[in-house]
Design a protein around this ligand. Structure first.
Ligand code: ADP
Ligand code: 5GP
Length: 210
C-alpha cells in the first residue's frame, strides 16, 4: 500500500505531436511535479537541452543500463531506444514528490504491470483532428518534414492504446486541457467528483480513427 506521504506517478501518453511534452512542462511548473527525465538514443532536437529534456546516450551506454537493470521501463519507439531509470523516480516518490512521465504505451504498460506501491494515474491525449496534429508536428519538426509525415503514419497504430489508460483527454485549447488533467488528478487524490464525459470521448475517437 502507498504510504500517505508518498508521491504519486502520473503518466501522459499520446500519438506523437499531440502535446505531451508541453503539458508535462506545465504540470511541473504549476503543480511542482518532478519530470521524469528519460534516456534516449535519439539525437537532440534544436530546442532540446541535454540532461534536462533527455539524457542523450549512444546504443552502447543504453545497453549497459539495460544490463545493469537500471531501467524501470524501456522500449523501442520510432527506431530509437527510450527508457526511465528507476532510482531517481523512487527517490522522489519516497520524498513525497509527485512524478510526471512523458512515455509511450509500452512504458505505461510496463510501469502499470510492476504494481509499485505508489498511486498511478494514466492519461492518453488526443488531438482535436488529424489535420491539426499534422500542423503541430510540422511546426515542431520544421527542418525535416519527413519526420512529421513518418510520425503521422504511426498515428492509427498509436491510437489503439487509449483503452488501457484511466482517462482520455483532448488537447484542443492548451489551458482547457491542462485544467481537465489538473481537476482529474485532484479528484483522484481527494476522492472527489470527476468531470469526465466518456461518451464524448468515444465519439471523438471514432471520428479520429474512421
Ligand atoms: P508531444 O510531446 O506529444 O510529441 P509537443 O508537446 O512537442 O508534443 O507538441 C507538439 C507541438 O504542438 C509543439 O510545437 C507544441 O508547442 C504544440 N502544441 C502543444 N499543445 C498545443 C495546443 N493545445 N495548441 C496548439 N499547439 C500546441
Ligand atoms: P520524442 O522523440 O518525440 O521525444 O518521443 C517519442 C516517443 O517516445 C513519445 O511517445 C514519448 O512519450 C516516448 N518516450 C519518451 N521517453 C520515453 C521513455 O523513457 N520510455 C518510453 N517507453 N517511451 C518514452
Amino acid at each position: 500500500m502507498p504510504l500517505k506521504n508518498d508521491g504519486i506517478m502520473v503518466i501522459l501518453s499520446s500519438p506523437s505531436g499531440v502535446g505531451k511534452t508541453t503539458l508535462v512542462k506545465l504540470l511541473s511548473k504549476r503543480k511542482n511535479f518532478k519530470i521524469s527525465v528519460s534516456h534516449t538514443t535519439r539525437k537532440p532536437r534544436e530546442s532540446e537541452v541535454p540532461n534536462k529534456d533527455y539524457f542523450f546516450v549512444d546504443d552502447i551506454e543504453f545497453k549497459r543500463l539495460i544490463q545493469n537493470e537500471e531501467f524501470l521501463e524501456y522500449a523501442k519507439v520510432f527506431n530509437h531506444l527510450y527508457g526511465t531509470t528507476r532510482s531517481p523516480i523512487i527517490s522522489n516518490l519516497q520524498k513525497g514528490k509527485n512524478v510526471i512521465f512523458d512515455i509511450d504505451w509500452q512504458g505505461a504498460d510496463q510501469i502499470k504491470n510492476k504494481k509499485l506501491d505508489y498511486k498511478l494515474i494514466t492519461f492518453f491525449l488526443l488531438p482535436p483532428s488529424k489535420k491539426i496534429l499534422f500542423k503541430r508536428l510540422s511546426n515542431r519538426d520544421m527542418k525535416d518534414k519527413l519526420i512529421a509525415e513518418k510520425r503521422m503514419k504511426e498515428f492509427s497504430r498509436d491510437m489503439l492504446h487509449w483503452i488501457n489508460y484511466d482517462y482520455v483527454i483532448i488537447n484542443d485549447n492548451l489551458e482547457d486541457c491542462y485544467k481537465k488533467i489538473d481537476s482529474l488528478i485532484d479528484a483522484e487524490l481527494n476522492d472527489g467528483p470527476k468531470d469526465y464525459d466518456n461518451e464524448y470521448i468515444r465519439k471523438h475517437i471514432e471520428k479520429l480513427t474512421f
